[in-house]
Design a binder for this molecule. Structure first.
Ligand SMILES: Cc1cc2nc3c(=O)[nH]c(=O)nc-3n(C[C@H](O)[C@H](O)[C@H](O)COP(=O)(O)OP(=O)(O)OC[C@H]3O[C@@H](n4cnc5c(N)ncnc54)[C@H](O)[C@@H]3O)c2cc1C
Length: 428
């Protein structure tokens, strides 16, 4: 039986493993103490709580992700309102509303004052059509207008999806997301997120599934180099050992792009990979007890914000968790000042719809800044992304940074794992 060796136990590596197990022997080598990579949960001592490194949102359109969850028996671990509902709050005008997309492709929602973005003009919808035809060198800001549809929907949607300032972000990558989500209508846009944690949804069930099928997952095993002979990988160097790669064996490289550049450039002459990154900040506030929301926030579990620093607030029991994307722009700001600013935004946006009163003083808090959360989704970086197939006969690439046609997302990472298996000629 072919033995597939997978370097990296993030979602791309796990997706490759889950895809091929049963048809091949599988070993995953993960450098860290646990799998999950940029989508993981852990116990935070200061908060005395288990948290995710960052809030992650999926949309019902993310077919590969739901297929993966199905294969590992974890599809029921996500929660969401079961409808395309997005509560929003504009901090600059103190206005709240809920975007309620219509099910199908025709945007009936835009004709209803109750369902659309307040202040938007119907004419602004034409911008969406133009964006869908964006060329590979165009940036998102070249398409944006001045109206409320831009300010209150397109800008926050684009910055969350691309994690890149819109003046430099690739319009074609945004269009790729839009074609599979907004353009298909509300059925494709129902939001989902882990009920418990990222690891409980995407990682632990995958490892249990792989282990049940005799797969091996080696955490704490950093691959530091490849031995290559006659156009094939013949060994993986880890510490003082070399893992032998037999003549029938295959390798999936699913570690992040900076590692790829170091390990692969010596063996692949024309190798390129993204080399510019954007950070994401998540701030987790621990309250004395669980908070209960009223109305739409209770139904959906999160709210989107415009007009401030915070972009999404998630209610997770006694944790209020905030996401700030494309966060390189805040690098010079003091963490305590950011924490205080975001806390006051939380109090303004959700304080009035919570049953409990939020304290004025900042509660115990953890700020997590993932410096290389994603590659910068610019046209130039997108051109550096390699295909899964490489010049080495038994090596394929996976990872959200490979050429998935998507920005850095769970969906892209999971698709890339399957694509690597296809590139090795091992798909069904
Ligand atoms: C804060 C944050 C919020 C995000 N929000 C969203 C969201 O809402 N929706 C969404 O779809 N996506 C989101 N993303 C993006 C998503 O998390 C990533 O696209 C996805 O997790 C990438 O998976 P990956 O397997 O490609 O890479 P990684 O998760 O980086 O996995 C690579 C793995 O390789 C391991 N590794 C590194 N070097 C070696 C080595 N030498 N040997 C062995 N192993 C090695 C690493 O430890 C890591 O586990 C977010 C990301 C962050 C950081």
């Amino acid at each position: 039986m072919t033995h597939v060796h997978i370097i990296g136990g993030g979602l791309a590596g796990l997706s490759a493993a889950v895809d091929v197990i049963g048809r091949a022997r599988v070993s995953v080598y993960e450098a860290g103490p646990a799998c999950g990579g940029r989508a993981r949960s852990y116990y935070d001592k200061a908060l005395d709580a288990r948290i995710d490194n960052g809030n992650h949102l999926l949309l019902s359109a993310n077919k590969a992700s739901f297929r993966y969850l199905g294969l590992i028996g974890a599809e029921k671990t996500l929660i969401g309102p079961g409808a395309p509902l997005f509560p929003w709050f504009d901090l600059s005008t103190n206005t709240g509303w809920t975007l309620q997309l219509s099910k199908g492709r025709v945007p009936f929602w835009a004709f209803s004052r109750r369902r659309r973005v307040p202040g938007m003009k119907l004419g602004e919808l034409a911008m969406l059509g133009r964006l869908l035809k964006a060329g590979p060198d165009q940036t998102v800001s070249a398409f944006l207008g001045e109206g409320m549809l831009t300010r209150r929907l397109l800008e926050p949607f684009a910055i969350s999806a691309l994690n890149t300032p819109l003046e430099t972000a690739s319009a074609a990558l945004l269009a790729a997301i839009m074609r599979e989500t907004l353009a298909l209508g509300g059925t494709a846009c129902c939001p989902w997120y882990p009920a418990e944690g990222l690891s409980e949804s995407f990682v632990d069930p995958a490892i249990a599934h792989l282990t049940r099928l005799q797969g091996e997952v080696h955490c704490g095993t950093r691959i530091a180099g490849l031995d290559v002979q006659d156009g094939r990988v013949v060994g993986l160097k880890s510490g003082s050992e070399t893992i032998a790669i037999g003549p029938e064996d295959k390798v999936v490289f699913a570690a992040p792009s900076p590692v790829a550049r170091t390990l692969l450039e010596p063996h692949l002459p024309d190798f390129t990979a993204p080399d510019a990154y954007e950070s994401i900040i998540n701030v987790h506030y621990r309250l004395p007890g669980p908070v209960t929301a009223r109305g739409m926030l209770a139904k959906v579990g999160f709210v989107g914000l415009v007009g401030g620093v915070a972009e999404w607030i998630y209610l997770k029991g006694e944790i209020l968790s905030v996401t700030v994307s494309a966060a390189n722009r805040y690098a010079a700001r003091d963490n305590d000042e950011l924490i205080a600013t975001i806390w006051s935004e939380i109090r303004q946006a959700v304080g009035p719809v919570l049953v409990e009163t939020l304290p004025e003083a900042v509660p115990p808090v953890r700020l997590v800044c993932e410096k290389r959360a994603t590659f910068a989704a610019t046209p130039a970086q997108d051109r550096l992304r390699p295909q899964a197939k490489t010049g080495l006969a038994n090596l394929a690439l996976a990872g959200d940074w490979t050429q998935t046609g998507f920005p850095s997302t769970i969906e892209g990472a999971i698709r890339s794992g399957s694509e690597a298996i296809r590139a090795l000629g091992l798909s069904h």
